[in-house]
Write a protein that binds this ligand. Sequence first.
Ligand SMILES: [Zn+2]
Length: 321
Amino acid sequence: MSITRRNFLFSAAAAPALAAAPAPVLASQTSEKPFQGTYRFTVGDATVIALLDGYLDAAPAIIPGFDEASVSVALERAQQKLYPAGVRIPVNAFLVEIGGRRVLIDAGTSSFLGDTMGDLSKALNAHNISPASIDMVALTHIHPDHSGGLIDANGQAVFVNAQLAVGQTEYGFWHDDAIMASVPESSRGFFQIARNTVAPYADRMILHNGEQDILPGLTSLPLPGHTPGHAGYLLQTGNDQLLFWGDLVHMTALQFDNPSLTIAFDTDATQTVDTRLSMFDRASADNLLVTGAHLDFPGLGKVRKSANGYAYQPAPWQYGT
Ligand SMILES: [Zn+2]
């Protein structure tokens, strides 16, 4: 970058003040780095905080039809790159405050999937939100990157005062012994984790069915495919709306351009693509603000129709909230 006259003048004017100022303390010099993976914004009367639990690398082996050349081009276009372990994606959860209630949408990973995840408690802490102050946890589905944070190392409930909302179909799927017995041995662990993470909440479950108000202003929305009872949540306050669409998209840089790209963890690949296409269609037609568990953090934006499919348009930073 060349130094313009204006930049030079600004720098020269600022220099004396900088010289007199005490040296800034860099975060790396302190014992604990401040946690920065949160973004607070408002939607109508509701406050929402995007909470970054961490990231994971989706290995080429779990992306059917993975073509390294075209994936690399698409990632580069999105100012990303292909990591040795795969496509890097965030794990997001969200805290919603509406009508005096605190709702957590998904609960992070805790220690279930490695040490690049599990920061949800730090994210809540950064806003002085204690787990005991949360009134409800609403799960989009019962995979470990969404339900892992429900329990502590002893298998006890982390959110001691919270109700737990999840789709009835979703709950039934993971608790069906016949289905569990029918899947390959390597997949049975997911069933056990699903059961263990929700078990301490058994006496305070809300099993929603279809589109159902789980509290005033928050409605469940079935988005089946990734898992049988996968669901989003639509926040509505006045004329403002935000859809939390869970795992409708795993790879922001790839799946708007190519909605038919799936991952091995999609229980029903055909239904996953059908649901994604109809949701993209609705979101673009309705100019709907959306967010998701794996959209590039903080994961807030809109879906637009493009020449060859769809495109993701990130929302601008919301100041002063
Ligand atoms: Zn997920």
